[in-house]
Design a protein around this ligand. Structure first.
Ligand code: SAH
Length: 218
């Protein structure tokens, strides 16, 4: 596992998978996103036995049947949110906490909900150890959002509901953006960008086909 935590591994990840992917994927160009992807130590968010794969172009298991998303997917979803430093962000599906850390590098405050309690606890400890004091993690059902801190400038989900949850839409500010996979469980889903405009109207754009774990609904 030698050298896996070197910044050069992260730079290579960003250069070849995210900034200049050679396989037709649209490149990520937002400087703040690229900077965050170069900075957050992804290997510290995966189980030790998978750390040597932390900077590869793939999702990885994090236990409890869940996965940390592929680096490119984390980057493109973050870019689509068009975050600013004063933004308040809601994340559904904390998982390892990696996406939350990337969001926290750019936005003001991140509120993240994870339905698997041990994952929520582990992510909370990990993010605190890395001094991400602008991330708040709660164990619970994120399908319902987190009304206490609503409305949000941005909402991101790393688990796929069948349809865009009305509860999340209701917690999005006018001018806010939501990025999430939508579709049937264990099949290809569509990554969607949902924007609530200042006049109240809502637009939905299909971005790309993706494969996420299903969003659990109780
Ligand atoms: N963003 C994560 C990826 C986690 S995978 C990372 O960077 O590691 C998706 C996560 O969504 C899983 O941990 C799963 O347990 C969680 N999840 C699924 N349904 C959920 C729900 N209704 N509320 C909150 N979390 C949910």
């Amino acid at each position: 596992m030698a050298n896996v935590n070197q910044p050069s591994d992260r730079d290579r990840m960003v250069d070849t998978q995210i900034q200049d992917p050679h396989d037709g994927r649209p490149p990520v160009v937002d400087h703040a996103v690229l900077r965050a992807m170069r900075k957050v130590p992804r290997h510290l968010f995966v189980p030790q036995e998978h750390q040597y794969l932390a900077y590869e172009d793939r999702p990885l298991p994090i236990g409890y049947g869940q996965t940390i998303s592929q680096p490119y997917i984390v980057a493109i979803m973050t870019e689509l949110l068009q975050l600013a430093s004063e933004h308040r962000v809601l994340e559904v599906g904390t998982g390892s906490g990696y996406q939350a850390a990337v969001l926290a590098e750019i936005a003001g405050d991140v509120y993240s909900v994870e339905i698997v309690e041990p994952l929520a606890m582990l992510a909370r400890e990990r993010l605190a150890a890395l001094d991400y004091d602008n991330v708040t993690v709660r164990a619970g059902d994120g399908y319902l959002g987190w009304p206490e801190y609503a409305p949000y400038d941005a909402i991101i989900a790393a688990a796929a509901p069948r349809d865009v949850p009305q509860s999340l839409l209701d917690q999005l500010k006018p001018g806010g953006r939501m990025v999430l996979p939508v579709g049937p469980a264990w099949r290809t889903q569509m990554l969607k960008l949902v924007a609530r405009h200042s006049d109240g109207s809502i637009t939905r754009d299909d971005i790309m086909a993706v494969g996420f774990v299903p969003m659990i609904t109780n």
